[in-house]
Design a binder for this molecule. Structure first.
Ligand code: SAH
Length: 404
């Protein structure tokens, strides 16, 4: 597997300097460790990411200048905090220290939404006042495990999920009333029940305590319904740039049959649907497929369908049935495309493949395969979705080789 490292400084400067807020040193940095590059000025971080992706993808194409953020702070629209106690038994909440299960109190996190941080601080106060027992990982005892908060600037809507060990929350009504009195912008509050001894944050059971149980975001002119358990990109501003670029790379004219593989809640396909003849979304997780169908309806989009299936298996069947897709969006998890997926896609031979990757290493591995099998990478756009961290999102446009 090719290696992606943004650790080594590089003497050259970014080809397009980014206007950014001055570098800020996080007060929790040494304890939390979540943002590995926080102590470096943001333009330098961008420069490193640009250089790293350029050298990794050098055999295929030259990436365009990375899309950075003008204000690379408070960009996370979702926060998840663990509850526990400190050495003197006082309730604390925060993130786990990188690589451990120790809770680092960090209500003032500089990458998280500020409204969410304020709500979290009040939930911690209320939890203390209502004497909610924080969960103890060692004994499996206690009530309040985590709090998840989602905030969307586009609609101003906020969702709060209290992750607890039992569905019985006698003081629930008063707790929620007090919380809403302080933060009337909260649109919905849910109780998520997770009684298992697991490191997974959310359980499968949910009760709505207030509101509809979901909130909405607006991206690329589409409304998306998001609940506590939905998969949804955490940086809405950069996601809009990501999707716009993916759709631009697709070169849609209104007549294309589009396959959105690894579609999640259907976001890319739905954002593209108005410029295409039809969209078919394929996604392994049935709950995400249900979200995608609701989202199509919510936007009055009638030319998009979604099915729950393994993307590779679906494409193999489609190739065997001689079905044709003009454009295929690929947005796989960090593990990249499976062997089966790549083989099937090469047989399907779409006019364009738009590969949206959250892992440069698997992207490079998959590109090598596509380029050995009749495709050429004609455009590469890195997008900084997670400033101050080592993560990087990249979109690549692949077209069939004209020599074949
Ligand atoms: N395109 C979406 C989701 C991308 S995340 C967005 O932008 O929000 C990757 C998605 O791939 C997840 O929803 C995951 O459930 C799905 N997935 C993982 N393995 C898969 C497989 N083998 N076949 C189809 N979908 C898969």
């Amino acid at each position: 597997m090719p290696h992606f490292s943004i650790r080594r400084p590089h003497p050259s400067s970014p080809s397009r300097p980014c206007r950014s807020a001055p570098a800020s040193i996080c007060p929790n940095d040494s304890l939390c460790g979540g943002c590995r590059f926080i102590s470096e000025p943001y333009p330098i971080q961008l420069c490193r990411k640009q250089n790293a992706i350029s050298s990794l993808l050098a055999p295929f194409a030259v990436p365009d200048p990375i899309f950075g953020m003008d204000h690379p702070f408070h960009y996370r629209n979702k926060i998840e905090k663990a509850f526990g106690t400190d050495k003197s038994g006082r309730l604390i909440c925060g993130n786990y220290r990188a690589g451990s299960r120790d809770i680092v109190p960090n209500a003032d996190c500089i990458i998280e939404d500020e409204a969410a941080s304020a709500i979290l601080a009040d939930i911690a106060n209320l939890a203390d006042r209502f004497r909610l027992q924080p969960y103890n990982e060692k004994t499996g005892r206690g009530f309040l495990r985590h709090v998840l908060i989602r905030c969307f600037a586009s609609t101003g809507e906020i969702l709060v999920a209290l992750v607890v060990t039992s569905p019985i929350f006698k003081a629930g009504k008063h707790f929620v009333a007090d919380l809403l009195a302080r933060h009337p912008q909260i649109r919905t509050v849910v109780l998520n029940i997770n009684s298992r001894r697991t490191s997974m944050v959310l359980g499968d059971e949910e009760r709505v305590l207030y509101g509809p149980g979901f909130i909405q975001d607006i991206l690329c002119g589409c409304r998306f319904r998001v609940s506590a358990r939905s998969f949804y990109q955490v940086n809405s501003l950069q996601t809009e740039k990501l999707y716009q670029t993916a759709i631009r790379f697709a070169g849609l004219s209104g007549s294309e049959r589009v396959l959105d593989a690894y579609c999640g809640a259907g976001t890319i396909g739905l954002a593209a649907a108005r410029s295409a003849r039809s969209v078919l979304g394929v996604e392994l997780n049935p709950a995400a497929v249900r979200d995608a169908i609701v989202n199509a309806d919510l936007n009055g989009i009638r030319n998009a369908r979604f099915i729950a299936a393994d993307a590779g298996r679906f494409m193999l069947e489609a190739a065997t049935d001689h079905r044709h897709f003009d454009v295929v969006f690929l947005d796989p998890p960090r593990s990249g495309c499976s062997d089966l997926c790549r083989r099937a896609l090469i047989r399907l031979r779409p006019w364009r493949i738009v590969y949206v990757s959250c892992c440069p290493e698997t992207l490079a591995r998959d590109l090598a395969d596509f380029c050995r099998n009749g495709y050429t990478a004609t455009a590469v756009q890195p997008v900084d979705m997670f400033p101050h961290t080592e993560h990087l999102e990249t979109i690549v446009l692949l077209k069939p080789d004209s020599r074949r």
